[in-house]
Design a protein around this ligand. Structure first.
Ligand SMILES: [Zn+2]
Ligand SMILES: [Zn+2]
Length: 464
């Protein structure tokens, strides 16, 4: 048994709505998807296929056999052309249509039409090929299912990502409001808690920013946060870590934090994993998440997540804190939250990540002996002093990141609130938003070709 999920970039929603309806009549489009394979979702333990919407190809008049307020029948013959393009570009084909009536289920006509399309796909491309069906409603809700052969289809959840983050559930009417989270409903309205509870959140780094953030996520309802960190707790961490005590010194940060969250009595099922993000073994953690928080000061992990956000169309919220001390006092204290993903300049364009340090860290993680050799020979500077940190600032930046998630989910800041980076300079009274430009030659954020590519070989098209 496998789970299915569709990733629909927010920037394609207007196209979906305009092609799915023809006034009061049903209309449609061909769709093409890229794929992300998850062998084992860390939360469900199940294999998952994610289909990332790549293209919407409007139907031609000649593709339509007939249409009305209640049905749309298309020619399987015109579908065969789309199949050709899908095969050429290694895309999964699909069909999108709308129900202007608002009827929130696939009809028996849909069953017949889509089975015929799935059959045409099998005849042209061979058995075992997936075909994705997307149903749009005037409310903006999307329903989906995946046909694995002409007789079998499975329901799929839909995750809208980009400037907004929203999940469309298979059975939206069955959702019950959780009484314990009533105060949050009073802030963000009905439906908000269910969205937050179901969100698959990966927190990379369980330190000064990752630990308060994880506490906020779990308390506000996120049911299964996944926390990844390679380090163990040291005495010098305790001044800023949430959920750790002196007894935890020497234990992995990630598992101690997860146990802390699971002890709230809120049915939290947090998963703490001691490990390095660069390890191939952790790719499923990345690929199964709905949103990722980067709470590490490690440049190599940051560089990987920087690419990941664009290749998989998933929001990465990157957090940083820089405190600079002069001879006698603090010169600068700046907290930063940057949202990465298509439409936002990446960390390389913002000069936030240092590729040289990233390479060194990657070497240290993957080949400690070679790293030690290079440090000895003076090719690499090595460790350096620990960064300055203070609990109120680390917590404050975590709060900024949590609010960035709220903005993605609710748009509470209004249309003017869609910014991709916020800075909090603790020594000045006002927060600042910063402009950043995409370098037109940037291979990540300027190249729409790599957006939403999903699985490619090598992973993220990176040659290490
Ligand atoms: Zn229909
Ligand atoms: Zn860039």
């Amino acid at each position: 048994m496998m789970d299915f999920n569709l990733i629909v970039p927010h920037r394609l929603l207007d196209t979906i709505q305009s092609t799915a309806f023809d006034g009061q009549k049903e209309a449609g489009a061909w769709t093409l998807f890229r794929v992300a394979h998850v062998d084992c979702d860390p939360v469900t333990g199940r294999a998952t296929r994610r289909y990332i919407l790549n293209k919407v190809v409007p139907l031609m008049q000649t593709d339509v056999v007939s249409s009305s307020e209640k049905h749309l029948t298309v020619k399987t013959g015109s579908f065969v052309k789309v199949l050709g393009q899908a095969q050429l570009d290694e895309l999964v084909p699909g069909f999108l249509h709308g129900h202007p009536s608002g009827y929130a289920a696939f009809s028996s006509r849909d069953d017949q039409n889509e089975a015929a399309l799935s059959r045409a796909h099998r005849n042209k491309s061979g058995p075992g090929r997936a075909f994705v069906s997307l149903l749009a409603l005037p409310s903006g809700r999307l329903l989906a299912r995946v046909w694995t052969d002409p007789d079998t289809s499975y329901p799929a959840t839909v995750t809208i990502t980009g400037h907004r983050l929203r999940k469309c559930f298979v059975h939206e009417d069955d959702i019950l409001e959780t009484q314990a989270l009533d105060r949050q409903t009073r802030v963000f309205g009905p439906g908000f808690n269910a969205q937050l509870q179901s969100l698959k959140v990966l927190i990379v780094g369980a330190g000064g920013t990752g630990s308060p953030l994880s506490v906020m996520l779990a308390r506000s309802g996120v049911q299964s946060p996944v926390i990844l960190d390679p380090d163990v707790i040291e005495e010098t961490n305790l001044h800023r870590l949430y959920g750790a005590t002196v007894k935890d010194i020497g234990s992995p940060k990630a598992t101690v934090l997860a146990a802390h969250l699971n002890g709230f009595g809120l049915d939290t099922n947090a998963l703490g994993i001691q490990g390095n993000l660069l390890d191939v073994a952790h790719r499923d953690l990345l690929k199964s998440a709905d949103v990722i928080f980067c709470c590490t000061d490690d440049h190599a992990s940051r560089l990987l997540l920087n690419r990941f956000a664009y290749f998989y169309e998933l929001p990465v919220i990157d957090i940083g804190l820089a405190i600079e001390r002069g001879e006698v006092d603090v010169k600068d204290m700046t907290g930063r939250v940057t949202r990465l993903g298509p439409g936002s300049p990446c960390l390389l364009c913002r000069n936030i990540v240092d590729p040289r340090r990233a390479r060194e860290e990657e070497l240290r993680a993957k080949d400690p002996e070679a790293y030690a050799f290079q440090v000895n020979e003076g090719y690499i500077l090595g460790g350096g002093d620990p960064e300055p940190a203070f609990i109120s600032m680390t917590t404050s930046v975590a709060t900024l990141a949590m609010e960035e998630l709220l903005q993605l989910m609710t748009g509470f800041r209004g249309d003017g609130g869609v910014v991709t980076q916020r800075l909090r300079r603790f020594q000045v009274p006002e927060d600042r938003r910063t402009g950043a430009k995409t370098d037109p030659d940037c291979p990540i954020c300027s190249e729409i070709e790599c957006w939403g590519l999903g699985d490619v070989t090598p992973f993220l098209d990176r040659v290490s």
